[in-house]
Design a protein around this ligand. Structure first.
Ligand code: SF4
Ligand code: SF4
Length: 263
């Protein structure tokens, strides 16, 4: 499963780099960024960008709402696979983890993680962000969304050979991530992932499940990039269905123990 996930992540990375290059040679069949993408006549938008535009303009444009239907449907059916299979920042954090391992830099992973506290922080930030956008007209949530910034900055770099100040915020997030709070953006900050998680329903869609006896080796907890316990949090709004826990479960070799199930 991890091979397929990696191929998918690389495909989306290729899209980020490839689209501005195609545009440079005047091919516009596919156009835009991960904020808003058009493929032929089909428009697909990041729900965060659309809700942000609504709060900024105080107007609802039906076409914009239609453009978020595909991403929302995918989340309802398959969970937040955007995060684990497509987001360039998630790929980057996995790469950073590998480098840290090679350099023997230990990640600080809090064992007694409280997922409720995480939810309060990330949903709180989302609400504050929308209030700030509505009152001050500052697109705050875009600025702290790593995939949005990476995608738009890639266009700036490739098309205009420059980048804008959003890169500084992204660098600050990466520094916090490396030295202070493990997977800081995905667990606490990123409004793109937080907004998408609103469409993950506890008893509907693709979920991590467990049955039978478990040898309690805790390999799944150690491997989970979001520090979840898959047996408890597999159907939570934090889980992004990466499947790393399922692949790490040694009990699965003997009998079906930890697996994905469509509810
Ligand atoms: S939470 Fe945000 S940064 Fe993390 S994987 Fe999801 S979209 Fe990317
Ligand atoms: S619980 Fe499993 S599927 Fe969910 S984020 Fe953790 S490792 Fe990935």
């Amino acid at each position: 499963m991890q091979k397929i996930r990696k191929i998918s992540q690389l495909f989306f990375l290729l899209l980020i780099v490839g689209i501005p290059i195609l545009n440079l040679i005047e091919i516009y069949f596919i156009n835009g960024s991960f904020i808003s993408l058009t493929v032929g006549d089909l428009a697909i938008s990041d729900p965060l960008a659309v809700f942000q535009a609504i709060f900024l303009s105080h107007k609802i444009v039906p076409l914009m709402l239609i453009s978020i239907l595909i991403p929302i449907l995918i989340v309802i059916l398959f969970g937040r696979v955007w995060c684990s299979y497509a987001c360039p920042y998630f790929l980057m954090t996995e790469f950073i983890d590998k480098i840290k391992l090679k350099l023997n830099i230990k990640s600080v992973r809090n064992k007694n993680i409280n997922t409720n506290k995480q939810n309060i922080i990330r949903y709180g930030l989302l609400v504050i962000g929308f209030i700030v956008i509505g009152i001050l007209g500052v697109p705050l949530l875009y600025l702290i969304s790593p995939p949005s910034v990476i995608s738009t900055q890639m266009i700036m770099i490739i098309k205009h050979l420059t980048f804008t100040s959003e890169v500084i915020i992204l660098l600050l997030i990466i520094i916090v991530e490396i030295f202070f709070i493990y997977r800081f953006a995905c667990r606490y900050l990123c409004p793109t992932g937080t907004l998408l998680s609103l469409f993950q329903f506890k008893n509907f869609g693709l979920k991590v499940e467990h049955i039978g006896s478990c040898s309690e080796c805790k390999a799944c907890i150690k491997e989970c990039p979001l520090m979840l316990d898959p047996k408890i949090d597999g159907n939570s709004k934090q889980c992004n269905n990466c499947g790393i826990c399922v692949d790490s479960c040694k009990d699965n070799l003997k009998q079906k123990t930890l697996f994905f199930k469509m509810k």
